[in-house]
Design a protein around this ligand. Sequence first.
Ligand SMILES: [Zn+2]
Length: 321
Amino acid sequence: MDVPTALIMSERFRLHDTGAHPENAQRLVTIERHLRSVGLLAGRSVLEPRAATADDVALVHDLRYVRFIEQLANAGGGYLDSDTYVSPQTYESALFAAGAAITAVDTVLDTPIRRVFAFPRPPGHHAEPAHGMGFCIFNNVAVAARHAVDRRGLGRVAILDWDVHHGNGTQAIFYDCDQVLFVSVHQWPLYPGTGQRDERGVGHGQSLTLNVPLPPGSDDDDYLRCFDEIVGPALAAFRPQLLLISAGFDAHRDDPLAMMEVTEDGFRGMASRVRRWADALTEGRLVVVLEGGYNQEALARSVEATLNALDSPSDVGEGPG
Ligand SMILES: [Zn+2]
């Protein structure tokens, strides 16, 4: 019998106190309240994350950077750049955020649960090896991918990043890696400015970075066409043993930080494809990790649509496509 998608939620993620910043703790409160109101929490497993250790985070970050964040938080906090804030409890929150992604991977590898949707903050995909940026402190998805490869022995892990911004941090971490495929679909031009089509990886990672920049105004049809024609075939060719999603919802047409026209239907379509690809390629093993999404009502409805699609069995016979 198919086990419903499990969630990872925790009050620990609200300790990262950014006040009135667009990336604030209320985002998670709004998501949880909405999922409860539409009945999607009833009877569903909600897991607590474990805390990552400094060594876990150092799978992808310089240990000096990890210590710097710890010391900055202990000293009362401060800004890493004009839009990335560290509050007194951000270090603790960020360890649990990275730990949530690790917990998700271990859950889909070790239990009958095949799919986990985790809701950590701070988000992760802009965080590079030696510095955080773009609201991100530690790169949660990258830590999880490294954990899967280095400690759990997987040979091939794929990361699909559908946040509207390019996942520059994840790209930098795996740019020369032959065990992790990184695919990013994002608005271009937009922050952080990277993610052009000719950024394809180097060395052993040559051709294992795939950037799909889309112009402002791209809508559901544009995204789903890109998923069908580019993302699906790339995943099928790589044959991952685990699929990780950096799931931002800031491509929504109501989002204040970007200029895309995606609706809840678009996210439902993207998630149903991801479920189908996981069923066909990874024995269903799928980890979805929240990144951005700043219109909170649109974010909550998009998460609902995504979760419904993740729960809907696919016809594996169709295969990836
Ligand atoms: Zn984003």
